[in-house]
Design a protein around this ligand. Sequence first.
Ligand SMILES: C[S@@+](CC[C@H](N)C(=O)[O-])C[C@H]1O[C@@H](n2cnc3c(N)ncnc32)[C@H](O)[C@@H]1O
Length: 265
Amino acid sequence: MVDSGNRAVPAPKNTFDYDAELRHHHRRLREAIDLGPGDSVLDIGCGTGQLTREVAKVAHEGSTLGVDISPGMLTRARELSAAEDVRNVRFEQADAQVHPFPAEHFTRAVSRFGTMFFADPVAAFTNIGRALRPEAQLVQLVWQAGDRQEWVGTIRQALVGAPVAAPTGGAFSLADPADAKSVLTAAGFADVTVAEVHEPVYYGPDPAAGVDSVLALRMATELLAEFDADETERALDRLDAVMTAHCGTEGVWFDSRAWLITARR
Ligand SMILES: C[S@@+](CC[C@H](N)C(=O)[O-])C[C@H]1O[C@@H](n2cnc3c(N)ncnc32)[C@H](O)[C@@H]1O
């Protein structure tokens, strides 16, 4: 249980399952990565490494490095790689903004929502660019603006009980395509393209699983921590109602929009 005001919020049964949530985005990202058996790939903000493992399997004569700042994510990434016996993959705890990667080493850099959290994006992408060979491809997915995300607005409003201003910065810091292009150009990348990925995100097989997924998010625990017992109960009821409204035969889904950004070193 998680303490929230006078009432305990049920502790989530599972950690948030990004691989399930992002399954359609993942397919679109994979289709955009031009990968051969001999590629040497860097996965930025790799999390638990679904993308890292998959590219490593395709680039089976090359090698793949997944970097993330979160030790917990990397522990899980290593466990999953070992379970799948992926041998040409390595995971390293590193801040991609400043990590001293080997110069001109990688032939591809990829990221699934792992590049939006840089304090100085130009410096960070310049650092990543230095690690890429000339002409290497960078392919990343980033979120469009918070006010274009049904999953953001609907869930936050359910928790708070009133319309909430859309969040900016953080996960949405590369939401403006013109900004994202100028960041990458200033960091030395060329041929920048931005394409829309309009796909839904998945929150679980039924409303209870959807509520559980949300309770695993820090955003939810932070909002609920402000509430007393009655407010918490009402918030959980609203959340359940939203999950029920968004649940169909294929489970709970919300609309979402991302940008697929590609560039050449
Ligand atoms: C939204 S999660 C995405 C994780 C993974 N790519 C996925 O799709 O499941 C963002 C990840 O970026 C990582 N991250 C944030 N800032 C980073 C940085 N400066 N260097 C490396 N990883 C970073 C976080 O720890 C987190 O695991």
